[in-house]
Write a protein that binds this ligand. Structure first.
Ligand SMILES: Cc1cc2nc3c(=O)[nH]c(=O)nc-3n(C[C@H](O)[C@H](O)[C@H](O)COP(=O)(O)OP(=O)(O)OC[C@H]3O[C@@H](n4cnc5c(N)ncnc54)[C@H](O)[C@@H]3O)c2cc1C
Length: 285
């Protein structure tokens, strides 16, 4: 647990949509490993949200998070500036990524998941694994962490839906091609939107390649007590916070996960609308 952590760097990666924060949190930075996440509280009365540790620098005592501005809490977090403090952070949470030497690892990332996946690619690179990254976005301007990721991969493949950069199409097309041509692949790790992780798992299944996905189920306490983040894996109930967030992609019930993620949509919409109204009034006053 770390309280009152100062933001040492803020960078809008995609203005108004995706932001990087480097936060002074030496206790978390000292222990953070690829795959870990934190739970953030921005206000006394607000909700707790999980965000992946996209990088950690033990020497500087900082961690980096990259988040999509989606609803009220991420919008509030995005109002903070360099020098401001985040109310509290809890972490590092979750089981770290299993990183062992051997073979070629393909890291597949989509959207904000590319930043989270970067930490995993870095871990595999450091133990000497051959790392191939396959990243995708709707269009070139929405592609995150290309330069950061390039430092820790041997091969990089990019796809955009509109063809503005790299292959025109989906990451799964590049993945299938790589699996068909490279017999050294020992594992595929996917981090991104649920439909992407489901599609990646369907592509890898016939190849019999170990497939790890990082799940983003709704989470509250992050320490295994509330059960909000439960998912079905291999027909059994597991908690994303303490049993994951990474699971065998071939065993996850993605349709149930998708349905559970949508459970609170009307309340989330209402909460965002009232936040926007308040923010608008404050600007006028
Ligand atoms: C282990 C884990 C790691 C994550 N890492 C990242 C990350 O690195 N970057 C990033 O942008 N997002 C990440 N997420 C998702 C992030 O937590 C949600 O986008 C965030 O909680 C949205 O909150 P909000 O109030 O802004 O939006 P809301 O309007 O409240 O919700 C928008 C959508 O976000 C999801 N969501 C809402 N509340 C939660 C919650 N408490 N827990 C999980 N999902 C929720 C739901 O799908 C919801 O429909 C992660 C989720 C998990 C479980």
């Amino acid at each position: 647990m770390q309280t009152q952590s100062a933001i040492v760097k803020k960078k809008e990666l995609i203005p108004g949509q995706t932001t990087l924060l480097e936060i002074h949190a030496p206790h978390i930075a000292a222990k953070a490993q690829p795959g870990n996440f934190i739970i953030v509280r921005v206000s006394e009365t607000g909700e707790r949200i999980p965000l992946t540790i996209a990088d950690a620098d033990k020497a500087r005592g900082t961690i980096t998070i990259v988040f999509l501005v989606l609803g009220k809490t991420t919008a509030l977090l995005n109002t903070l500036k360099e020098g401001d403090s985040i109310l509290d952070l809890c972490g590092p949470l979750g089981k770290p990524t299993c990183i062992e030497p051997g073979g070629t690892v393909i890291c597949v990332g989509g959207g904000t998941g590319i930043a989270a996946m970067h930490h995993i690619a870095k871990g595999h690179w450091r133990v000497g694994n051959k790392v191939a990254a396959i990243i995708g976005a709707r269009t070139k301007n929405l592609l995150l962490f290309y330069d950061e990721l390039s430092q820790f991969v041997h091969e990089m493949f990019v796809s955009t839906n509109d063809g503005s950069f790299g292959h025109k199409g989906l990451v799964t097309e590049l993945l299938r091609n790589k699996l068909e041509t490279d017999p050294t692949v020992s594992e595929v790790v996917a981090v991104g939107p649920v439909p992407m992780m489901k599609a990646v798992s369907l592509v890898t299944k016939p190849f019999g390649v170990k497939t790890t996905v990082s799940l983003n189920s709704i989470m509250i306490d992050g320490i295994g007590m509330c059960g909000a983040c439960r998912v079905t894996v291999n027909g059994e109930t597991r908690f994303t916070c303490v049993d994951g967030p990474e699971f065998d992609g071939h065993a996850v019930d993605f349709d149930e996960l998708n349905a559970r993620l949508a459970t609170f949509k009307p309340m989330e919409k209402e909460s965002m609308e009232s936040y926007c109204k308040c923010a608008h009034h404050e600007k006028k006053d």
